[in-house]
Design a protein around this ligand. Sequence first.
Ligand code: FAD
Length: 534
Amino acid sequence: MLRLREFKLPLEHAEEALRAGILERLEIPEGDLIRIIIFRRAVDARRLNAILFVYTLDLELRQEAETLKRFEKDRNVDVAPDLRYKFVARASANSGLRPVVIGMGPAGLFAGLILAQSGFGPLILERGKEVRERTKDTFGFWRKGILNPESNVQFGEGGAGTFSDGKLHSQIKDRKHYARKVLSEFVKAGAPAEILYVSKPHIGTFRLVSVVEKMRATIQALGGEIRFENRVDDIEIDDGQVRGVNLANGEHIATDHLVLAIGHSARDTFAMLHRRGVHLEAKAFSIGFRIEHPQSLIDRDRYGSHAGNPLLSAADYKLVHHASNGRSVYSFCMCPGGTVVAAASEPGRVVTNGMSQHSRKERNANSGIVVGITPEVDYPDGPLAGIAFQRHWETRAFELGGSHYHAPGQLIGDFIAQRPSSKFGSVVPSYTPGVKLGDLSQALPRFAIEAIREALPVFARTIKHYDLPDGILTGVETRTSSPVRIKRHADTLQSMNVKGLYPTGEGAGYAGGILSAAVDGIKVAEAIALNTTT
Ligand SMILES: Cc1cc2nc3c(=O)[nH]c(=O)nc-3n(C[C@H](O)[C@H](O)[C@H](O)COP(=O)(O)OP(=O)(O)OC[C@H]3O[C@@H](n4cnc5c(N)ncnc54)[C@H](O)[C@@H]3O)c2cc1C
């Protein structure tokens, strides 16, 4: 296959224009172009009067070698890389005890899938419920304010990203094309095929639910076992080697290979690991608020007169500001056409996050606006101090919201002008159970408030009217990434001080988002496969 990069066509191009354009660009006759695979399609909206689609194409040609030779000096023409996933090892009769995976978020799901596809018949233990039951509990919380601490946005089949925008892009280095394996598996399980090529793929909440269900069936069909409502409360370590796990129901399960894919909100599990002497470190993360604007405001700024064109998805943005107090403020997990969601997993605490459906058709755009914090400066008291920090501000948010899971909120204009809000304007907040307007200045540490207050008008220089007085801030956004790292060896991917223990994904501090967590899960599955067969 030949790869052709930077192939540009106008936004409203006819379907045949792609094929015709390739023939012209490569100067080949019609019969020489056998197959076109769109590897990537991005939108270039830098010139609003000439928005372009920018393609990366993999092409099967009749005269491939000859064409490559003719274009050898053209840096946009090359041999296409082989994207197929290659298994590193297969299970054998003497592979030993079956591997156990704790957690069925993206990291645990993909660790489990690869182990199952390699013949290891893994056991996956998930504290939450299967995804349909979990959906009922989560929607129950959003609609009625009844929180189930074991079945919510953070816990249950599919992990933290199930009720999300399902964004699937990541900045990770990926020389082995693991991301392609992840996206292909999602498509096999029913995700839209376009996620394989659009530059910022996303699945959306309702589709994610059925994707997760189908992947569960695949793992089971391959000999894997999945148990829901099976919380791991303890791990057994003998002479520096994992020997098994103890469940909340009293059961003991023996294993020599244990994947820790517990996510960033399993605070009780982090505490247990600390008690058992597993090497943990406090890690930097970010805190802030969710911000909501009309999606049309963002679309107008990004697309000009093309705003609303069905060929363009709802526009997103990425913003960063280095504040004068030394803190960085940035947009986090922006959800075009989505809703702000209640993402608490502990009673008496309020946490915000964002999600959207595949169509991204809701009225508001939302994003985290967060400030970076570090253990060195902000929570220096040991590996679990970041969790104590989160809990403090989540409890404060619960109280400011009226102590029944409403989020405290303020209009952007009032927040900047330092006066409390008492009445909503043109923007209706999407957060349920509800928003209690007031003064957010007490909802986060002073340095964070000052940095965000400074950043919002600065962001309005990039996105016109970003400081819209009627826009809404709700808080608090504290679960941006794990406050803990479960440190592991770079080569074996096993814990620094416990053999057979494989920390992975977001909770272990080795991923930030669905795609990178899934990729990390594949890596630990490979490490186990290699370790048990060599
Ligand atoms: C509302 C929301 C929206 C998001 N939107 C996006 C997005 O659009 N794009 C994106 O890339 N990322 C998004 N994220 C982040 C993304 O969900 C996470 O980065 C990702 O899920 C991390 O995967 P993971 O497998 O490491 O952990 P998790 O997904 O957190 O999974 C961990 C699993 O382990 C289970 N578990 C924990 N402790 C135990 C135990 N003791 N015993 C048994 N099971 C246990 C939990 O129940 C959970 O299911 C979002 C997160 C949230 C909350």
